[in-house]
Design a protein around this ligand. Structure first.
Ligand code: BJW
Length: 277
């Protein structure tokens, strides 16, 4: 179901409610109301409405100084030109510093207090979920706000660093620091995927929000949830390779769709129960 264009005229919570009733299926509203174990997997699209460019979609991939991001954000580039990698991430942090969480981040952060067991798994490195108040975020691809030592593995907030010759030094061992992000061809942080997969295997409702679902192993999470019997819902303006396995595909922007799910249950017409339907 496509939501495009409907949000320009929203004037009141009543019209929000009307749109929610129209676009969010009764099945999903019921499941959302009753669920105890919920997992959300997010990708770059959840931050798009904050002004963060996505990697793919919208006419192809990001390029910086003539290099596609698969090149500049790769393990090979770390070995080849570490100062250029820092320059790329410093540039992006500079842009991010001016951006704020959008209604999708805010809605997801609220869900953590709504469900008994809630897991937020993100591929994003931008920190916007945390800025919206999300806690215990499982960061599959690290964080642009941290640095890590090549030699001793110590981590440090980037804001605390000094960039002398372009590559900051470790406070512990004087080794070279790198951005604490997972580049192409690198392993994910120890336990991050495993933790996410366990949570996916235990959830009953799984939202897949704003990801092209082409990067592994993150793209396996919806499959793990589905195989374990979860109801899987995709939120994305475009179809993706996981659309076919989803129980519902909500076609539209995360910042418009997710707040609809946050409407209070009584506004959805009472305590609907799927099991008694
Ligand atoms: C909206 C919206 C709105 C727009 N609302 N939605 C199995 C098969 C083949 C290859 C592999 C495999 N397993 C592993 C690999 C290799 C590789 C991989 O997956 N390659 C594929 C591309 C083929 N994976 C890895 O290398 C991973 N490491 C690993 O697996 O280690 C073991 C291993 C190593 C080597 C070989 C084999 C195994 C690591 C992956 C790290 C990814 N890193 C990046 C860069 C981070 C640093 C940086 O930022 O520069 O992470 S790549 C980039 O893609 C970034 C993202 O987190 C990631 C995913 O992208 P995402 O989030 O899905 O964004 P987009 O842009 O792709 O999509 C945006 C979506 O939003 C679109 O669908 C829009 O429609 C939508 N959208 N506006 C909602 N308003």
């Amino acid at each position: 179901m496509r939501l495009a264009g409907r949000f320009a005229n929203i004037r009141s919570s009543e019209s929000m409610q009307a749109i929610a009733n129209e676009f969010i299926s009764e099945e999903l509203r019921g499941r959302f109301h009753e669920a105890k174990n919920v997992l959300v997997l997010t990708g770059a699209g959840v931050s798009a409405e904050s002004g963060v460019p996505t990697f793919r979609g919208g006419g192809n991939t990001a390029v910086w100084k003539g290099m596609p991001f698969e090149v500049i954000s790769s393990a090979g580039m770390l070995a080849h030109d570490l100062p250029a990698v820092w320059e790329w991430f410093n540039y992006r942090r500079g842009l991010l510093e001016q951006l704020k969480p959008n209604p999708a981040h805010v809605a997801i952060a609220r869900w953590q207090d709504r469900f008994e067991n809630f897991a937020l798994v993100t591929q994003n490195i931008d920190g916007l979920h945390q800025a919206a108040g999300a806690r215990n975020v499982i960061e599959l691809h690290g964080s642009i706000w941290r640095a890590r030592c090549f030699d001793c593995g110590a981590r440090r907030e980037v804001r605390e660093l000094q960039f002398g010759d372009g590559v900051p030094e470790c406070f512990h061992c004087e080794g070279r620091l790198r951005p604490d992000v997972v580049l192409f061809g690198e392993m994910l942080p120890t336990g991050a995927y495993e933790n996410a997969a366990i949570r996916a295997g235990n959830c009953e409702l799984c939202f897949v929000v704003g990801t092209s679902a082409v990067v592994y192993p993150a793209a396996l999470i919806p499959e793990v949830a589905r195989a374990a019997g979860a109801y899987v819902v995709e939120v994305n303006p475009e179809r993706t390779p996981v659309s076919g396995l989803c129980d519902e595909v909500l076609t539209g922007k995360a910042g418009e769709i997710l707040p609809l799910l946050c409407q209070k249950p009584d506004r959805w017409g009472g305590q609907r129960s799927l099991r008694s339907a």
